[in-house]
Write a protein that binds this ligand. Structure first.
Ligand code: FAD
Ligand code: MLT
Ligand code: ZN
Length: 478
């Protein structure tokens, strides 16, 4: 997993004498509760270092029954819980506040894979199982768990379910939600609901699991999940192309659909500036010159022959028509991994460059060139001197439009400039990272009163005492 480039320094002192700590120790054992400053600091602040907190302690249950007991102990004392998996979230959702009264509930001791079914095409894993471990378990049986993101070496199954993670394969396989067949959850009152079903078809009553997918630990604690697998494609084609502008990238996607049909699984766009940051901070160079244009990383997979020929046709066509100015097709798995490394290091390189204001936006696909032109112009007028690190999952309309700023730039003003352009295109202010505590104010501005009201009613029904991840996702009432 990538090193965190900003020191994870929360103000992590804990109050070891609080009676709740003894009750938790009695239930979870001495190793199940962390109180020492050096032990808790990694849990006290988010990956970006933007939200340093101070937990009462870190509870580390090792089973669903222990999670339920932890919830009941904290509930009886009126103490709030902050669920946490790999702590790679980019919206501050897994970080406690600074009150010293919230317990971080870490799922990392629940890492078992309970079952891989290569015929039924399912994997059942506990919440703390690292995504990469689950992917590898599926691959050993010749199957693919198609959720893939740069943080997969640390992100957990509970985390990807609770954030409805996206990543690089959404184009073909959908967001995490599309892959979840069943979940087991602990509710805020400590009751356990076992919905670990392996069914593709199940219309027996409300599909309640959807409430817990993407609700960022505010409605329940996911303790295990059944995820859908797909047969692993036998042939994989990975190519990188240089394109003059985002309009050309969309034309290339059209060519890709013509030549490769539904075999395309990833279509990522990376700006020249993003590539320069990766070269500067990770020492990785693209296979063609960085000339100020854009790069597209495209991957397709199939179990039939003919993928390489179709890719050559697409590349030839793109070059001939001036849609692409250069391109390479990986000739081995190692070369494909080198191309992916360029994409996967953008976030870390950005963090090393300095302060950034992240925007995880989606707009209708064909509006991407207009969005970029308008947002660039609005920033040049409203926040001169800032730079844009734009990249992302363009094949599904999701751009990471991250603004590199100086110490004096106002993040709220920059959010407002960018998100107003998103709203003008009827887009979303969070395509995949979620709201956490980073975007609650923005949610209040861009979602209707009726939608926020509905969300608050759902929260109140499940967690009337507001003990599960308070202050996250839902903006405070106006
Ligand atoms: P955490 O960060 O620990 O938690 C995230 C949220 O889920 C918090 O609100 C937390 O309270 C809640 N939560 C965690 N576990 C549980 C549980 N068991 N039950 C209930 N609530 C829980 N995200 C994408 O969608 N696509 C990407 O391409 C992507 N790329 C990334 C690249 C990098 C380099 C990094 C650092 C992050 C990236 N992310 C991406 C964000 C992040 O990896 C995902 O959001 C991931 O799903 C978080 O998993 P986690 O286990 O680290 O969760
Ligand atoms: C990614 O796709 O690499 C992350 O989701 C983006 C980010 O760092 O903004
Ligand atoms: Zn992303």
């Amino acid at each position: 997993m990538f090193a965190r480039t900003q020191e994870r320094q929360g103000n992590a002192r804990v109050n070891d004498s609080d009676p709740i700590i003894d009750r938790l120790r009695d239930t979870l054992g001495p190793g199940g509760v962390l109180t020492e400053e050096g032990d808790v600091e990694g849990y006290a602040v988010d990956w970006r270092g933007l939200f340093p907190g101070r937990p009462l302690c870190v509870a580390r249950p090792a089973s669903t029954a222990e999670v339920a007991a932890t919830v009941r102990i904290c509930g009886a004392a009126g103490v709030a819980l902050v669920p946490q998996g790999g702590n790679t979230g980019l919206a501050g959702g897994a970080a406690p506040d600074g009150s010293g009264r919230q317990v971080v509930l870490s799922l990392t001791r629940m890492g078992a894979i309970r079952d891989v079914d290569p015929v039924g095409l399912t994997i059942t894993a506990e919440a703390g199982c690292i995504l990469k471990v689950a992917q590898d378990a599926a691959a050993e049986r010749g199957r693919l768990l198609p959720v893939s993101l740069a943080a997969e070496g640390s992100a957990t199954i509970g985390g990807i379910v609770s954030t409805n993670a996206g990543g690089v394969n959404v184009l073909r396989y959908g967001m995490t939600r599309a892959l979840v067949l069943g979940v087991e959850v602990v509710l805020p009152d400590g009751s356990v609901v076992d919905g670990l079903r392996h069914l593709r078809k199940d219309n027996a009553g409300y599909d309640w699991k959807q409430l817990f997918i993407g609700s960022e630990g505010t409605l329940g604690i996911v303790t295990a999940a059944v995820l859908r697998l797909v047969p692993k494609p036998v042939h994989v084609m990975t190519a990188m192309l240089a394109v003059p502008d985002p309009q050309a990238a969309l034309a290339l996607l059209g060519l890709g659909y013509d030549a490769l049909g539904d075999q395309i699984s990833a279509f990522e766009m990376i700006s020249g500036l993003s590539m320069s940051l990766v070269a500067k901070h990770a020492g990785l160079k693209p296979p063609m010159a960085v000339t100020g244009g854009w790069f597209v990383l495209i991957e397709a997979g199939s179990s039939l022959h003919g993928l390489a020929e179709a890719a050559e046709t697409m590349l030839g066509d793109a070059l001939e028509r001036g849609i692409a100015t250069d391109g390479v097709v990986a000739e081995s798995g190692a070369q494909a991994a080198q191309l992916w490394a360029l994409r996967e290091h953008v976030t870390e390189a950005e963090a090393r460059e300095g302060r950034s204001v992240k925007h995880d936006v989606s707009v209708p696909l064909t509006a991407i060139p207009a969005f970029l032109a308008e947002a660039d112009a609005a920033l040049a007028a409203g926040a001169p001197g800032t730079w844009v690190n734009a990249f992302g999952h363009v094949g599904d309309g999701n751009l990471h439009y991250n603004v590199l700023v100086g110490a004096d730039d106002d993040a709220h003003q920059i959010n407002r400039i960018v998100h107003d352009v998103v709203a003008a295109h009827e887009g979303s202010i969070s395509a995949e990272h979620g709201i956490g505590q980073y975007r609650t104010g923005e949610l209040a501005r861009y979602r209707s009163g009726a939608e926020l009201d509905l969300a608050r009613r759902i929260k109140a029904a499940l967690d009337p005492a507001d003990l599960l991840n308070p202050g996250k996702v839902l903006p405070p009432p106006a």
